[in-house]
Design a protein around this ligand. Structure first.
Ligand code: SF4
Ligand code: SF4
Length: 309
């Protein structure tokens, strides 16, 4: 599908509660822009080989933001896209980042070359900080995964995961919930699959779908009921939301979070310092965060709270 077919955005509520910026713990880099070798049908920012709405972040820009982040006390870094390993200088960027703090890269694990993996291993070994790799996979079989992520992607991602494991990485498998079965049943099948490739104690994280971008075509857009109200925030700890402690750096400035990349209102300025302020939870996608918590981070997905309005 072409990205122009996708409905880009969603409901945008006024009179919404705001989340204060507690302190900036985490910086995300949209290092791959919206450019990806895949075109998954649930991609909430409709990434594809043709979508260059956001371009690769240059090494120099990453370096400048890393330096700014150091002065703001940032503790860790995440790299996303698009596909970060499509970026020609991703290894240089990761090597530099690991001088500042721990890093996590989100990948579809289909573009690994031996030279890249060797370099990652070397970078990780020579760093005081950890390098985490998160692999996206949406099924424990080709039949379950490939209709969403594209033909042949299951085999390629599993091969990529096995090669990471062989080099001593412990990748976190992130799986978007697209099934009707019980979660435990699905997770057991994932564990079995990963055991077969030599990954005995795999780390798994289930993500909810986000009804934006390509996923709108697949599962429909958010309805009017998807909104965060002041009442809903009364007994809710805002620290469970990524936007209370993180910001996203893109080639076009700093955004509030990785989820709202397609929303121009989510741009907060040119620098991290510009973005150190509260943000109103006015987007329908904020409702998904409220239900499931820090869905972007490496932490486990939260159980949904009571739907009190
Ligand atoms: S979900 Fe990930 S792998 Fe799939 S198109 Fe989007 S960025 Fe690429
Ligand atoms: S989408 Fe989530 S992380 Fe982004 S502003 Fe809304 S609640 Fe915060």
């Amino acid at each position: 599908m072409e990205s122009s077919q996708f409905v880009p955005l969603t409901t945008n509520h006024s009179d919404s509660p705001s989340v204060p910026m507690r302190e900036l713990d985490t910086v995300w880099f949209q290092v791959g822009g919206t450019i990806c070798n895949l075109r998954c049908h649930h991609c909430f920012i409709s990434c594809s080989p043709e979508n260059d709405k956001f371009r690769f972040l240059s090494f120099e820009k990453c370096a400048a933001y890393l330096e700014e982040s150091k002065n703001l006390g940032v503790k860790e870094y995440y790299f996303t896209g698009g596909e970060p390993f499509a970026h020609p200088r991703i290894c240089d960027i990761l090597e530099l980042t690991l001088r500042y703090g721990p890093a996590t890269v989100l990948t579809n694990a289909t573009l690994f070359r031996d030279a890249t993996l060797d370099r990652l291993q070397e970078i990780e070994r020579n760093s005081l900080y950890s390098l985490e790799i998160r692999v996206s996979l949406d099924g424990y079989s080709a039949g379950m995964n490939d209709p969403i992520r594209g033909e042949g992607t299951f085999d390629r991602a599993i091969a990529g995961t096995a090669r990471l494991v062989q080099r001593g990485f412990l990748p976190i498998l992130t799986i978007t919930r697209t099934w009707e079965q019980d979660d435990e049943e699905v997770l057991a099948k994932f564990r079995q699959l990963l055991k077969e490739i030599g990954y005995d104690r795999p780390r798994l994280k289930i993500l909810p779908t986000i009804q934006l971008g390509a996923q709108v075509q697949r599962g429909g857009a958010y309805g009017e009921e998807a909104r965060v109200t002041h009442t809903m925030m009364k007994n809710f700890d805002p620290m469970n939301l990524v936007c209370s402690s993180a910001r996203l750096v893109t080639d076009q400035g700093v955004w509030v979070c990785p989820i709202l990349l397609d929303s121009p209102e989510a741009r907060m300025g040119d620098t991290l310092m510009d973005a150190m302020r509260e943000y109103p939870l006015r987007h329908a996608a904020c409702y998904t965060c409220w239900r499931y918590g820090a869905i972007c981070s490496n932490q486990a997905t939260m159980t949904a709270p009571t739907d009190a309005r």
